[in-house]
Design a binder for this molecule. Structure first.
Ligand code: GLC
Length: 579
């Protein structure tokens, strides 16, 4: 963890340390995503909660991560699992109270872990006070200006104001019934109808979110993951797309509702707030009580789906956000050539802006990588078939070791350290993903990666809680539990623990922004970083490579003879030249 990193010179305020805690800890941090609904349930209602997360923090410390990002736990009707926020300053009773949030943050800090919370600024819930009043006050209500209300097209306003589609399927507009009972205006929602888009041209919206940032910063959080960071600003006049092919264009083109240049002014403002907090304790940092987390280093990470990694780099210019998720990497197949292209492209794009590259394989919106890699490439990130599980797990373990060897920061999604597959056969009646019910959308099968994680071999919901779990867990999950894998040689959990421990001990891992590619057989990636060498065999055959020193860690069995190593199919090896 960060406290074990070598202290940087105290004169450099950007890297000042308190008890070894670096201000720019995030440049090479491993950040673990907790999905609160599915992590641990303390009160036996079948739904995870903050107290459950708090009680499991020692597990995360022992796993060896630097920070925890929590998906939303705010007051919400849960139309989109909490990404529909009704009150940004309250904890939903389903997850606990503000006091629980406070206890969680304090206890995490006590264990040397940072806490990053999710901020959802693109849209609110339709149960947010502003939206409820906007509806109740009828056309002309000033509250309607904080959202995108428009009259419909057609003789009687019966058609949506433009041709945009919701990411979850169907039109991006819903017509309201006015207080007098007549069909009235339409409002924009890029996601579910219960998630009306906020109008960021309205000054009250910016004021409110700056205040929300301060609220959570005052609570002591170390950063924010910004939901749909690319969506806040819409093109002037909300122009038609003029194409029925929206789903194909998404992610490949700049859309009138995504990745508009105007979003950057918002982030520049937000950055000044964060920097103000970062410097609160003065450039020297340490308070007399040694409260290391107050010495700065609070961060923003953008969820920004953009057409290219170069456009992603715009979000992490020096006066904007600190990190952006690398979805290009997440979407890359287990293929050496494609991986190398994305790795090089990422490092090249980030270097000019001075931001660290980030790497991610799984999150709460995509099929877990153990299942993606169990299926043929090219199926996208929402997969409905289990595929070859053994192959998927072997590749997933290899892919993780490759990711953790790259320069920059890495994101892990809860349960991947157990090698969990997606649950592809959930009965329809238990599904909750709103996209599933709207059909034809981009997503729809996200419940499969949200099944509560197993802690113990047996017992109610395998230790998740005493009252079952909101999504059923497969019977085989007892054997994948934390209990079953702890101390078991070769288990995926022990592989993650060893990898994260090695990352702490090896200064060449994670740090910097370069790597030196080595000659390698086709289908194999090999690179050097200082004394460290990583070889990833993405092929289905074993390959022979030079033995690069002492094997630090491998995702499979490596055999070495006479200076050569036999690396099995779909296996990654870490070597160090150090004795
Ligand atoms: C982000 C979240 C996703 C959510 C969507 C709408 O993409 O990660 O879970 O459905 O935003 O808020």
């Amino acid at each position: 963890m960060s406290q074990q990193h070598t202290a940087a010179p105290a004169t450099d305020s950007a890297t000042a340390t308190v008890a070894g805690h670096r201000r720019d800890w995030w440049r090479e941090a491993v950040i673990y995503q907790v999905y609160p609904r599915s992590f641990a349930d303390s009160n036996g209602d079948g739904m995870g909660d903050l107290e459950g997360v708090r009680s499991r923090l020692p597990y995360l410390r022992d796993l060896g991560v630097d920070a925890v990002w929590l998906s939303p736990f705010y007051a919400s009707p849960q139309a989109d699992a909490g990404y529909d926020v009704a009150d940004y300053r309250a904890v939903d009773p389903m997850f606990g109270t503000l006091l629980d949030a406070d206890a969680l943050i304090r206890e995490a800090h006590g264990l040397g872990l940072r806490i990053i919370v999710d901020l959802v600024p693109n849209h609110s819930s339709d149960q947010h006070e502003w939206f409820k009043r906007a509806l109740a006050e009828g056309p002309g209500s000033p509250l309607r200006e904080r959202y995108h209300f428009r009259p419909g097209k057609g003789a009687a306003g019966e058609l949506p104001p433009n041709d945009w589609e919701s990411i979850f399927g169907g039109p991006a507009w819903t017509r309201v019934t006015e207080p007098d009972g007549t069909p009235g205006e339409w409002y924009l929602h890029l996601f579910a109808p219960e998630q009306p888009d906020l109008n960021w041209e309205h000054p009250a919206v910016g004021d409110e979110f700056r205040s929300i940032l301060r609220f959570w910063l005052d609570m002591g959080v170390d950063g924010f993951r910004i939901d749909v960071a690319h969506g806040l600003v819409k093109a002037e006049g909300l122009p038609d797309l003029g194409s029925g092919e929206q789903l194909k264009l998404l992610g490949n083109d700049v859309m009138p509702f995504f990745d508009q240049d105007g979003v950057h002014a918002i982030y520049r403002q937000w950055r000044t707030i964060l920097d103000e907090y970062a410097n609160k304790m003065g450039p020297e940092g340490p308070s007399s009580e040694g409260r290391w987390w107050e010495t700065g280093g609070r961060i923003f990470v953008a969820e920004a789906w953009t057409p290219t990694v170069e456009r992603t780099a715009n979000y992490v210019r020096p006066d904007e956000l600190h990190q952006a998720f690398n979805f290009q990497y997440l979407s890359t197949a287990w293929d050496a050539t494609e991986l190398r292209t994305v790795i090089d492209g990422t490092l090249e794009a980030m270097r000019p802006v001075g931001a660290p590259a980030t790497w991610v394989l799984s999150n709460h919106d995509v099929t877990r990588h153990a299942t993606r890699f169990a299926n043929p490439a090219g199926l996208g990130t929402q997969i409905r078939t289990a595929g070859d599980r053994e192959l998927g797990l072997r590749r997933a373990r290899a892919a993780t070791l490759l990711m953790l060897a790259l320069p920059g920061s890495a994101y892990l999604y809860q349960g991947e350290e157990l090698g969990l597959p997606d649950v592809v056969d959930l009965p329809d009646e238990v599904r909750q993903d709103p996209a599933y019910f709207r059909g034809e959308g981009q997503d729809g099968f996200r419940d499969g990666c949200r099944v509560p994680i197993p802690w113990t071999r047996t017992g109610s919901s395998y230790g998740f809680g005493d009252g079952g779990s909101w999504l059923p867990q497969p019977a085989s999950w007892g054997e994948l539990s934390v209990e079953a894998q702890t101390g078991t040689a070769g288990s995926t959990l022990e592989l993650y623990r060893a990898a994260l421990a090695a990352r702490r001990d090896q200064p060449d891992l994670g740090a910097g922004d370069t790597l030196e590619w080595l000659r390698a057989p086709e289908g194999v990636l090999a690179f050097r970083r200082g004394e460290f060498v990583c070889v990833a065999n993405t092929t289905g055959e074993s390959v022979t490579t030079p033995a690069y020193g002492r094997v630090l860690l491998a995702s499979g069995e490596v055999a070495e003879t006479g200076g050569e190593a036999k690396v099995p199919a779909d296996t990654t090896v870490w070597w160090t030249a150090a004795v």
